[in-house]
Design a protein around this ligand. Structure first.
Ligand SMILES: Nc1ncnc2c1ncn2[C@@H]1O[C@H](COP(=O)(O)OP(=O)(O)O)[C@@H](O)[C@H]1O
Ligand SMILES: Cc1cn([C@H]2C[C@H](O)[C@@H](COP(=O)(O)OP(=O)(O)O)O2)c(=O)[nH]c1=O
Length: 203
């Protein structure tokens, strides 16, 4: 079976988790072997780094080094073996998040992130990135209703609008890979957009 690497991106509270579950079921019904994973995290080592990343204060370069170290381990131990076995990998966040959060959000030099991306991924890119786009205010309202904020989620609306802009830049630079989903709509409407993207690819 043909492997597929699909990533889910967007600001916190955009609806990624909600739709990963639904897409997993849809793909599994179609006979795909689906691997669900996430970043930061996805391996024992990377989950340890995730704990540090989410809960300790640090500068943006340190954040990027931690998250790309975890990504390397995640690629080697989980993502590449699954793709080699013809499986479908659904990953909640990947490198676009580093460009959006550390780059656009925290102002880190994008050329350093590009270098890390080249070193760590050795050319590997997602086959499809579903970008859940919605205004920062709406995402904050959904988060507030749902859960307690972690270190990143406590940032202000301006930060999340910058992150959103970072995703928009990545999407413009890779229009074949990215599909923008209007995440401000209802859950069924968002699900319909995702289904249309998948159908357009024959998936
Ligand atoms: N389209 C939607 N409309 C309204 N609420 C939504 C929608 N999608 C998700 N939610 C709710 O918003 C909150 C954040 O969604 P979640 O899927 O956890 O986002 P993420 O994984 O992107 O942070 C959850 O309480 C979820 O039930
Ligand atoms: C993958 C990645 C995530 N992050 C941030 C985005 C999120 O705020 C946080 C991950 O938290 P997580 O709880 O996984 O996100 P979500 O709210 O979508 O469930 O880490 C980065 O800053 N850089 C990265 O490279």
């Amino acid at each position: 079976m043909k492997s597929r690497f699909i990533t889910f991106e967007g600001i916190d509270g955009a609806g990624k988790s909600t739709h990963i579950a639904a897409l997993t079921e849809r793909l599994a019904q179609g006979g795909a072997a689906v691997v669900n994973t996430r970043e930061p995290g996805g391996t024992v080592l990377a989950e340890t780094l995730r704990g540090l990343f989410l809960h300790s204060g640090m500068d943006s370069l340190t954040e990027a080094l931690l998250v790309f170290a975890g990504r390397r381990d995640h690629l080697q131990r989980v993502i590449e073996p699954a793709l080699a076995a013809g499986q479908t990998v659904l990953c909640d966040r990947f490198t676009d998040a580093s460009f959006a959060y550390q780059g656009a959000g925290r102002g880190m030099d994008l050329s350093i992130l590009e270098t890390l991306e080249d070193w760590v991924q050795e050319g590997r890119q997602p086959d499809l990135t579903l970008w859940f786009d919605l205004p920062a205010l709406m995402a904050a309202q959904r988060r507030a209703a749902a859960r307690e904020a972690d270190r990143f989620e406590q940032q202000d609306l301006e930060f999340f609008e910058r992150v959103r802009g970072g995703y928009a830049e990545r999407a413009a630079a890779a229009p074949q890979r990215f599909a923008r989903i209007d995440a401000s709509l209802s859950v069924p409407e968002v699900a319909a957009q995702i289904a249309a993207v998948m159908e357009a690819r024959g998936w």
